[in-house]
Design a protein around this ligand. Structure first.
Ligand SMILES: Cc1cc2nc3c(=O)[nH]c(=O)nc-3n(C[C@H](O)[C@H](O)[C@H](O)COP(=O)(O)O)c2cc1C
Length: 309
């Protein structure tokens, strides 16, 4: 019976075979996960955020456990865009999976330069723009936490990418009104939104009474942040009924995913859950499909935003 169910989804005008994606930074370029299942089983692989140049990441320790979640301060470690294009993108194409490339910059110009490198590339379905990065030109204030810089980063990507791929702007929940930032990035040319990135947190070591993480603060992810993700998706969907939303934040099961879908997500990215269970994305995909069939939905899009109205 589940075979007839149309599980495909549309993000920014592009069709994906199912709505379960990886979350950026939680599966690198997919090589590790591919030991557990064929990557083409996913709706899409979202790559770790790629920067212009090679980066070492932040000093260790850079992971701490928290109640129902984790705190990480990995920083955007990686070999840079040229290496990615020459090695990982080709490998991903060989896996026959749909790829969303995530990019991150430290200045508006860097976002523009990254977009220029992606222009015309084969094997990419969409570009996710991680704007939860410190803006070196503005005392390290995160792009996504300021409407002006959030807009400038997305504008730079839009201008330099041309019309080649849909742009998904990934927003931070660490703001007073996430719909205000959503408005700015949509005006700047984003075709979709990814909600939510991690929340800034800190854990103190009770022996030393100092922060556990060498970088002091880190991004909180996992089940602990799910209600925040649901709230952010709901608020944005209410104001922008037609924008594509990729939801993420603490999804560990089909039931969790269904909450985000009902709030308004057109696709779901699985992040922290994959560290504990590499099959999590596939299990969530199958559970979600089963739940939707049981609830007599004819197709996936009919369930999106069911919590509204
Ligand atoms: C270890 C780790 C690394 C991450 N790296 C990135 C990244 O490179 N780019 C990005 O946009 N988000 C990154 N994120 C955020 C996730 O993509 C996701 O938005 C967040 O963790 C919430 O989803 P989750 O609770 O399912 O993990 C990272 C998260 C974790 C835990």
């Amino acid at each position: 019976m589940t075979l007839d169910f149309d599980f495909s989804t549309d993000i920014g005008g592009i069709r994906f075979k199912n709505p379960i994606f990886t979350a950026s930074g939680c599966a690198a370029s997919g090589r590790e996960l591919s030991q557990f299942f064929p990557l083409r089983e996913l709706g899409a692989v979202v790559t770790k955020s790629i920067m212009l140049k090679e980066r070492a990441g932040r000093p260790t320790p850079r992971m701490a456990e928290t109640p129902s979640g984790m705190l990480n301060s990995i920083g955007l470690q990686g070999p840079g865009i040229d290496y990615f294009l020459e090695n990982d993108l080709q490998w991903l194409q060989d896996q026959d999976c749909d790829v969303i490339v995530s990019i991150a910059g430290e200045t508006v110009d860097e976002y523009g330069a990254l977009a220029r490198r992606l222009r015309g590339q084969r094997g990419i379905k969409a570009v996710e723009v991680n704007i939860s990065c410190p803006n070196v030109a503005n005392r390290g204030q995160v792009f996504a936490c300021n409407p002006v810089t959030a807009r400038a980063a997305i504008e730079a990507v839009r201008i330099n990418l041309g019309g080649d791929f849909p742009i998904i702007a990934k927003l931070s929940p660490d703001v007073t009104d996430i719909t205000e930032i959503a408005y700015e990035v949509i005006q700047a040319g984003a075709n979709g939104l990814a909600l939510i990135n991690t929340l800034l947190g800190m854990v103190i070591d009770l022996k030393t009474l100092k922060p556990v993480l060498a970088g002091r603060t880190g991004g909180l992810s996992g089940a602990a942040i799910r209600p925040i993700a649901v709230r952010a998706i709901f608020q944005v969907r209410e104001k922008f009924p037609h924008i594509s939303i990729v939801g993420m934040g603490g999804v560990l099961s089909g039931e969790d995913a269904l909450q985000l879908v009902a709030a308004g997500a057109n696709a779901i990215s699985i992040g922290t859950a994959s560290f504990g269970n590499p099959m999590s994305a596939i299990e969530t995909r199958d559970e979600l499909r089963e739940l939707l069939v049981l609830r007599a939905f004819n197709d996936f899009p009919s369930a999106v935003g069911a919590a509204h109205g």
